[in-house]
Design a protein around this ligand. Structure first.
Ligand code: DC
Length: 226
């Protein structure tokens, strides 16, 4: 009998490397990679486009309810479709990054996102990456990884990803502000699940991080087969 696909939850702050790691894990295990941050970004982009205020929880929840957000697997990474339109590049803009952080504090917006994320991941065989996957979306996930790194290192990584639109100092300052909002919001703040494996990648290469995670996954698979 084929092994049932696992649910692998990868949480952590911006710039911790979780998107890269999630994409590599999905490729390695032939799983679907679900970037939940892209879903918050897509809604934030729509709010900016349609003039819905970022502090109006009811209007944002209503907007979410009328939206269709899809993640399509492509060889060069997921494409993000909002109401059938490809918004993959647009949602990486700095104003959208800021707006996503603001819309994600609202409990009603989060409830809509979580419900959709649970449906997307229900069948297993997924790597889901975000801030609250191990604590809230899939508390029963087979594997929970919390990736972290010092803020300076994360800021530098973000700057290298997008050097044209960001001054290095701005990247670090933006990141600190978003971190603070993510970690202190009342609803599903960014915290490691009690049973998550915490990996601090400050002084690690990507290969070392991957080796660590694959070891955790293989140990779990072996235990499940016994
Ligand atoms: O991972 P990212 O930078 O694309 O996420 C964009 C914003 O969405 C970020 O400010 C935090 C928020 N987010 C969240 O609150 N919960 C998630 N599961 C994923 C992202």
């Amino acid at each position: 009998m084929a092994e049932k696909g696992m649910i692998i939850a990868i949480d952590g702050p911006a710039g911790s490397g979780k998107s890269t790691v999630a994409a590599l894990l999905a490729r390695r295990y032939n799983y679907i990679n679900i970037e939940t941050g892209a879903m918050y970004r897509a809604l934030a982009w729509k709010a900016l486009e349609t003039g819905v205020p970022l502090d109006d929880e009811a209007a944002l929840a209503d907007l979410a309810g009328k939206s269709r957000i899809e993640l399509q697997a492509h060889p060069n990474g997921n494409r993000v479709l909002l109401d059938g339109n490809d918004v993959t590049e647009r949602i990486r803009r700095q104003d959208v990054t800021e707006a996503a952080s603001k819309v994600s504090v609202h409990p009603k917006v989060r409830a809509w996102m979580v419900q959709n994320q649970r449906e997307l991941g229900a069948a297993g065989g997924i790597v889901m990456e975000g801030r609250d996957i191990g604590t809230h979306v899939f508390p029963q996930a087979d594997i929970k990884i919390f990736l972290d790194a010092d803020p300076e290192v994360r800021g530098a990584r973000r700057f290298l990803q997008n050097p044209t639109t960001h001054l290095k100092e701005t990247a670090a300052a933006d990141l600190r502000e978003r971190d603070h909002r993510d970690r202190t919001r009342a609803n599903s703040p960014l915290v490691p699940a009690p049973d998550a494996v915490i990996i601090d990648s400050t002084h690690m290469t990507l290969d070392q991080v991957m080796d660590n995670i694959v070891e955790v996954i293989e140990a779990r698979r072996n235990a499940a087969q016994k």
